[in-house]
Structures are given as structure tokens and as C-alpha cells.
Design a binder for this molecule. Sequence first.
Ligand code: ADP
Ligand code: MG
Length: 283
Amino acid sequence: MQLTLKSVSYVYNTDAVEPRYAVKDVSLTLNKGEFVGLIGHTGSGKSTLVQFLDGLLKPTSGQVLCDGEDIFEKGYPIRELRKKVGLVFQYPEHQLFESEILKDVCFGPKNMGCSPEEQEARAKKAIALVGLDESYYTKSPFELSGGEKRRVAIAGILAMGPDILVLDEPTAGLDPAGRDEILDQVERLNKEEGIGVVLVSHSMEDVAERTDRILVMSGGVLQYDDTPRNVFRHREELAALGLDVPQVTDICSSLREKGFALPEDILTVAEAKEEILKVLKKS
Ligand code: ADP
Ligand code: MG
């Protein structure tokens, strides 16, 4: 499945004298199985943008195409699209409401009209996919840690069998352990299950090591759409947008200023280690 945004814009205050663009003239294509990071400062338009992808929000202007078809054309099966594009909102645990986890995860498949057997089979598979075992089936969502609650919420979306999982700030408010737990699971879903991922985050660190491609939003405009390595070459431009480069990239940059011959595009701690060792061996 391929999703394309074609010059999409969005204005919330359409009645105002001066309309303000939450998203302005954004064009991009998401390809099958890609792991894409969507980065930007608070208010840059990330949440607005992702809601176009499953047709929850209709752009004020521009088009949203799924495999070349306009999803807002009359007669387009938008319910089918919503199964294929799984949108996980920010703080999704607020939408857990059943007394038991298995029941909660059955909700999506039930809405899709699956038989009770099929609902349960899908829910069990989805719970396993987020790395929770059978002992969780009858637990209450309220007994879980922050990271676990979020995994259950993600399972609820996975149970619908999406091709693309769109996660709006899935690590917000979690401690570092909970954050890594979620990101590792998401990475596994992408690598092993072939599910496409759009990961919204305001942390460069979250996406630097894992994604194939990074989209950077600023003031509603898509500033960069490139590989992580190429995006992080724009250290100063990113800083001007209020965005950090990963800490390790920053440290290497300071070392370079002090005369260490390190490359400019170091992204991971492992790369940094290798390059620093090379420099030390030469000296
Ligand atoms: P992000 O997710 O990057 O923080 P949003 O897409 O939520 O950005 O917001 C983009 C812009 O649209 C911001 O200026 C925000 O204040 C505005 N906005 C978002 N949601 C609404 C809304 N429901 N009504 C009015 N303005 C909104
Ligand atoms: Mg947001």
C-alpha cells in the first residue's frame, strides 16, 4: 500500500479574518513497509498531518491518495482504509475502558464485524505481537505500568490488521525504560511483520537509530524529507527550528571542533565508538 499527500494544507480557523495554516502545502509519499520518523516542535503540525493518512481529517485543500485513489472521492471505501491505516493517538491509554485486556483488544475487530472467535484470535495475536503473554488477558488495564498500557493500546490497533501503523508520540510521558520498550516493539513490528510505521516524535533521539527516513515539520511546512544521516547534517538549521540532533552527534561535533578528525554524520553510539577508536589508534 502506498499513501500520498498531494499539496495538502489545513486551516482550523476557517472563519477567521486571517486563517492560520496548521499544515501548509505538504506533499509526500509513504511506501510499503517503510519506517518513517515524523519530527517537529510542538505545534508544527504533526498531529494534524497524520490525521489525513486515514481520512480522519480532510485537508482544507490538496488530496490524499491511497494507491493512486483519492480517499475523499464519493464512494471511496474509507472504512476499509481505516483498517489498513492504524492510527494510535497520543496518550492512547486514555481510551482503554474494558475491565480486561483481552476484551479491550477485541474492540476493534468487533467493530469490524468479526465473529467472536475471530475477534479473540486477532486479539490474542496482537497481544503477543506487543510482547505481552497470556497472563495479561484477564488483567485490568489499570494494573499495568505506563509502557504496558500503551502496548495494550497499540495491540488494540494491531488487532485490526493494519499495513501501516501511525503512532502519535508513543513515548510521551514514559520513563527511559518504557520508552525503549515501546520503540523496540515498534521496530520489531516493522522488521519482522513488515508493518509500515510512521513514528511521530519531538525527540531526534527516538528516531535517529531506527528509521529509514525522517520528515521534519516546522510551522506547518515540511522542511526535510530525507535519510536520518542527511537530515542530521543540518545541525544548525535544526537548532534554529528548536530541534536537537542526537546527543552522540552533538558530542562528536564538539570533539571535531577540538581537532578530532571525526566524520560529521555520526548517528549512533556504536558508530561513534568505532570512529573515535580509529582516531585514537592513529595518534
Ligand atoms: P503538533 O502535533 O506538531 O504539536 P498540531 O498539528 O497539533 O501540532 O498543531 C498545529 C497547529 O494547529 C498549532 O498551531 C495548533 O495550535 C493548531 N491546532 C491544533 N489542533 C487545533 C484545533 N483543534 N483547533 C484549533 N487549532 C488547532
Ligand atoms: Mg501532536
